[in-house]
Design a protein around this ligand. Structure first.
Ligand code: URA
Length: 425
């Protein structure tokens, strides 16, 4: 076979066979298919798409390109969750311990943030001492002992995705459904859990900008999971505004603690309970929203979270420390009415520029900086009310402040938002 023929075949809209996909992916991982040919192939897929069968073959070739985690020694139905990326998305920090507090094992490998989106690993590393690198044996033993571990993805898992994702990132071929679906699901399948909750974000701050695309991605991923006997459900969630109140690593950990102490915003607390109910039902545990809410706000989820922090070397005193960012700038409403827009993308980028995120993979992070909103879409505001606090290392410039304020839209007519837009199972 020759890579050029397979590129041409895809470019012309034809379907590749299983053997051809296998040849291309294994050649790419082995280094016999070079980056420039794989880039051309990714661009051909971008314009021509892939059939369901091709996407399935690509996913399974990617799974087989690296190590696969065997969680079978852990008793019970092992659960995992994945978000396609968001702003202020601290869901894993709360949902994983909540589900584990019901005795359901949560064995999760998470990623880092890039661009305007955050990553769970960075948030956990804002806790002094927290170790995200664990051997497979330590990972499994911790889940056996306390039902929960969240670690970084092993370098040997889905080698093809590591190479291909980096290539897609610099060749404008990230946002195409078959490549996103195979990238996400290959990692989830290789990570070994029996059931998978997919949080597919939609809106300006997400990869999927429209509900139609989010639905197509969800259906593709759910079908891929089911094909290999993993119970899989996708929940399409709103990412038109940041999730919850905080954006920024330490600030999001603090918000997660606030929610697990029963002091979170009602909307995000309820959202986590709904996700918890779905994740538990995937593990064949049926609980009412009321019981789940009790676990969340009465200390049981928090206890699990603290157990995980301790087991992974984190400092429990540091966990509760406020942000040490030296400059805190409060932003006030300049009108009466309701908040009608808080664009996730703009605020995600704003927080990134403060140091809370990375523009490129090698950028260092400032764990302490970010934004905490006191108002969200749908909230009533009066002129002079506090909208948000911005945590930074340096004083903000007038230009930065003006830009921040410009993105907070207040109007006289209230609009409703809901976190869960649709469930695909
Ligand atoms: N997240 C992934 O893991 N892969 C993609 O392709 C896009 C988002």
């Amino acid at each position: 076979m020759r890579a050029v023929d397979l590129i041409q075949k895809k470019r012309d809209g034809l379907e590749l066979s299983s053997d051809e996909i296998q040849w291309l992916i294994s050649g790419y991982v082995a280094g016999t298919v070079p980056d420039y040919q794989m880039s051309a192939f990714a661009m051909a897929v971008y314009f021509q798409g892939m059939t369901t069968r091709e996407t399935r073959d690509l996913t399974m070739c990617m799974v087989e390109s690296g190590e696969q985690i065997d969680l079978s020694s852990i008793p019970g139905i092992k659960t995992d969750k994945h978000s396609t990326g968001g702003v202020g998305d601290k869901v894993t920090l709360i949902l994983a311990p909540l589900v584990a507090s019901f005795g359901v094992p949560v064995a999760k490998m998470s990623g880092r943030g890039l661009g305007h989106t955050g990553g769970t690993l960075d948030k956990l590393e804002s806790i002094k001492g927290f170790q995200i690198e664990r051997t497979q044996e330590e990972f499994i033993n911790q889940v056996k002992a306390i039902n929960i571990s969240v670690i970084g993805q092993s370098d040997n898992l889905v080698k093809a995705d590591k190479l291909l994702y980096a290539l897609r990132d610099v060749t404008a071929t990230v946002d195409i459904i078959p490549l996103i679906a195979s990238s996400v699901m290959s990692k989830k399948i290789a990570a070994g859990a029996d059931s998978i909750l997919l949080d597919v974000t939609v809106g300006e701050g997400a990869f999927m900008k429209t509900l139609e695309d989010a639905e197509e991605l969800s259906k593709t991923m759910v079908a891929l999971g089911k094909k290999v006997s993993r119970k899989t459900v996708a929940v399409i969630t709103d990412m038109s505004q940041p999730l919850g109140r905080a954006i920024g690593n330490r600030l999001e950990v603090l918000e997660a603690l606030e929610i697990m102490q029963g002091n979170g915003r009602e909307d995000v607390t309820h959202f986590i309970c709904e996700l918890g109910q779905i994740m538990l039902s995937l593990a064949s545990v049926d609980e009412s929203l009321e019981t789940i809410h009790d676990h969340l706000v009465n200390g049981l989820a928090l206890q699990k979270f603290e157990q995980m922090v301790e087991a992974q070397g984190g400092d429990l005193k540091d966990l509760y420390r406020s942000s040490s960012a030296p400059v805190v700038t409060e932003v006030f409403a300049e009108d009466d009415g309701y908040v009608v827009a808080l664009p996730a993308l703009e605020f995600g980028l704003f927080a990134m520029r403060l140091g809370a995120g990375r523009a490129v993979k090698t950028d260092p992070l400032d764990y302490e900086s970010g934004i905490v909103f006191n108002k969200k879409i749908g909230d009533a505001v009066k002129n002079g009310d506090s909208i948000a606090k911005i945590y930074s290392q340096e004083k903000l410039t007038e230009k930065e402040l003006t830009e921040f304020k410009k993105n907070v839209k207040i109007d006289s007519a209230r609009i409703e938002t809901k976190e869960i837009i649709k469930i695909i199972s």
